[in-house]
Design a protein around this ligand. Structure first.
Ligand SMILES: *Cc1c(COP(=O)(O)O)cnc(C)c1O
Length: 442
């Protein structure tokens, strides 16, 4: 498409981002709440999450599987957005959780997601984390190596328990996404090599008394925007199911992972119906229980990062310096990712756009949200909304440059609440201790 490298306009972005709407008087709104009101009341930078968007997308994805007559259990990838209020919304919508650490496991439980709806993935789980999974008898552990399989079996036997497991397969498929978020190539650290699966699965299912081996899992990568990688990866998995069954082994569960992409810029985002169709084509006749673990697709469009212009600066480039930084949203610095940026006060229809670099105040050149972005004039104290910040935003934040964690707000229709207060500088400093011998009198 000839437009594929040109940026969407203000109106294009509003059209592709229904979680945010434009009111001629109040400017940009999330639900029925004006972003300018939230900036006044809570300060900036802050994260604003639309609960209705989370609910709607959870329901849309479920519906896609129902429409394809495919029984699928949905687990939300907690690492994309871990605020307990968000997990509660999704838990109430019937979703389980996909966690990648003991901390996320505890968090999901605290948010009311039952243990039997939690799956635990991740390439390096400690003994303590595995014991936590066994203690809570979670739905399943997705095991990522032969070593972990033996360790988990040993721990379960010590505890005189059994734990349900699936083997995470590395299908050696290139998800054709950013190399830092592709996970299913042979050289990536994730999963068990395809050719190692048959013998390991046999040993685990026949000989490991602590394990209840249920099936296979895969996660190909993130922000996947075409159906081909899913088709390739799942086809590999289906072949493996047949191989294992021919060997007399039972395979009852397939965990299809996450990875469905969204429209940040002008990507033609695949719909859940595409995913459902691919899963139906490949697994429909296999008589297996299916799971998915999407994160970004649900949570990214539900959130914006609201920020105020600290100042502008005219140099070789025109700079707009925000009070948000890579310490809040690291994705542009880490993955060169593109996020829509909208002024909160609607620009005049006639206002000319001009190229600006939108940057944060952190002392790194990579603290840049956008380079040469065509935007209407922005001046000191104006507000901007950075779109699609609901996933891999707050969860990846740091306090680099002694910047306290930003506030998080949930909007639900005409109601809103702070779901994580802004960290105070006192709290930030109080975390640290001076060695006792520095303060003992001489
Ligand atoms: C990160 C991750 C997901 C979620 O990926 P999205 O691209 O956010 O959908 C799912 N499963 C596993 C194992 C993951 O590591």
């Amino acid at each position: 498409m000839s437009l594929s490298h040109s940026d969407p306009t203000y109106n294009d972005l509003l059209r592709t981002h229904p979680a945010v709407t434009a009111d001629p008087q109040k400017g940009l709104m999330v639900g029925s709440v004006a972003l300018s009101t939230l900036a006044e009341e809570v300060g900036t930078p802050c994260w604003v999450i639309n609960a209705e968007t989370l609910r709607l997308r959870a329901q849309l994805m479920q519906q896609a599987f129902t429409d394809a007559s495919l029984p699928v259990t949905c687990h939300f990838a907690v690492k994309s957005q871990d605020n307990q209020a968000c997990l509660t919304v999704l838990g109430q919508a019937g979703w389980g959780a996909d966690v990648v650490s003991g901390g996320e496991l505890e968090r999901a439980l605290a948010a009311g997601i039952p243990a039997d709806k939690i799956v635990f993935s991740g390439v390096g789980k400690t003994d303590d984390e595995l014991k936590l999974a066994i203690t809570h008898d979670i739905a399943q552990v997705n095991v990522e190596s032969a070593e972990e399989l033996h360790r988990l079996n040993g721990l379960a036997q010590q505890m005189e328990r059994t734990i349900r497991v699936s083997l995470r397969v590395n299908p050696d498929v290139d998800a054709k996404t950013h190399s830092k978020i592709t996970t299913g190539r042979a050289e990536d650290k994730f999963g068990i090599a395809y050719t190692d699966i048959p013998s390991l699965y046999r040993t685990a299912q026949r000989d490991m008394q602590g394990l209840n081996v249920r099936g296979l899992a895969v996660h190909l990568g993130s922000q996947i925007s075409t159906e081909e990688p899913f088709r390739q990866g799942y086809t590999q998995l289906a072949k493996m199911v047949t191989t294992l069954r021919q060997d007399g082994l039972s395979v009852e569960d397939i965990d299809c992972g996450g990875g469905l992409g969204i429209t940040y810029r002008n990507e033609i985002a695949p719909a859940p119906a595409m995913l459902a169709q691919v899963m139906a084509d490949i697994f429909g006749a296999l008589d297996v229980n299916l799971r998915v673990e999407p994160g970004r697709w649900l949570s990214a469009p539900a959130g914006v990062l609201l920020s105020r212009v600290i100042d502008t600066k005219q140099g070789t480039h025109q700079f707009v310096i925000l009070d948000a930084a890579m310490s809040e949203l690291v994705r542009p610095a880490m993955y060169d990712s593109w996020h829509g940026i909208l002024p909160v006060h609607l620009p005049d229809a006639e206002a000319a756009t001009s190229p600006v670099d939108v940057v944060g105040p952190v002392c790194e050149s990579s603290d840049t949200f956008a380079k040469q972005r065509m935007l209407p004039p922005l001046k000191r104290n104006d507000l901007v909304a950075i779109l699609d910040a609901g996933a891999y935003g707050s969860t990846m934040s740091s306090t680099y440059n002694s910047r306290p964690f930003a506030a998080q707000i949930m909007v639900d229709g005409d109601q809103w609440a702070v779901i994580r207060p802004r960290q105070t500088l006192e709290d930030l400093l109080a975390c640290e201790k001076t060695p006792h011998w520095f303060t003992q009198g001489a």
